[in-house]
Design a binder for this molecule. Structure first.
Ligand code: AMP
Length: 234
């Protein structure tokens, strides 16, 4: 996903020496996926996106996929037990040893508490929680033009980040599609659910001194630079 700016390179080289366990918080359309994928690639750590994992389970019709289907299609949160079990299993895999960017998890306080327990049992701890702050109006505008790669999950926007070739992923050449839960009525519900259920998670991390607020209204490169600076200072 593009090359790093010259100014960012020394920071990236320094951060690669560390073990980084990062949570990205932010509403649907806040840029978590875009930023998470870019950071993970640069820092050479795993990108664990709960929404992507759930969509893989859906496609493969696993028990987790079947349990999650109705919730996802109407924009509600999948029950904590299902999501926590899925993330626990994912964090036990070897590729998470050097660090992880969690994108879309935790979304509730019980999930945040479960994450603390999972990491503690692995003698790991969170480095930083970044909250990508974006207004509901901007979230709606961004979700409206969003296209996602069926193969690798990369996200594009008709206006803000168009693919080089229409309908085709720049990274893997996969087909771009509009997620069914990006329909207008479901979008509004997902944004409402975020503000109702995930804001307490922000308070949870603020109390623990882990939270950094990032201005998510800015363009992709500016948000990325803010994230790197926050990680360097953590
Ligand atoms: P996302 O791709 O992050 O926008 O997630 C898509 C959908 O997956 C959400 O609207 C929820 O239905 C479900 N989902 C993703 N992550 C979680 C989570 N941590 N807890 C509950 N539901 C989730």
């Amino acid at each position: 996903m593009g090359t790093a700016y010259k100014l960012d390179e020394p920071i990236i080289a320094h951060l690669r020496q560390k073990k980084l366990y990062i949570v990205l918080l932010g509403g649907p359309g806040s840029g978590k996926g875009t930023q998470g994928q870019k950071l993970a690639e640069e820092l050479q750590i795993a990108h664990v996106a709960s929404g992507d994992l759930l969509r893989e389970h859906l496609a493969q019709e696993t028990p987790i996929g079947r349990a999650a289907q109705t919730y996802i299609s109407c924009g509600e949160l999948v029950p904590d037990g299902v999501v926590i079990a899925m993330i626990r299993e994912r964090l036990e895999r070897a590729d998470t040893a050097k660090g992880v960017i969690l994108d879309g998890f935790p979304r509730t306080v019980p999930q945040a508490k479960a994450l603390d327990e999972i990491l503690a049992a692995q003698a790991r701890k969170l480095t930083l929680v970044a909250d990508l702050k974006v207004s509901p109006e901007t979230l709606l505008a961004r979700l409206g033009g969003r296209w996602t790669c069926r193969e690798c999950g990369a996200v594009y926007h008709v206006l803000y980040q168009p693919p080089r070739e229409r309908g085709k992923c720049d990274i893997c050449g996969g087909e771009l599609y509009q997620r069914p839960d990006d329909r207008p009525e479901v979008q509004k519900r997902r944004i409402a659910v975020y503000f109702a259920q995930t804001l307490p998670v922000i308070a949870y991390y603020k109390e623990r001194g882990l939270l950094v607020e990032i201005d998510g209204e800015r363009d992709i490169a500016a948000v990325h630079t803010q994230l790197l600076a926050a990680l360097e200072a953590a």
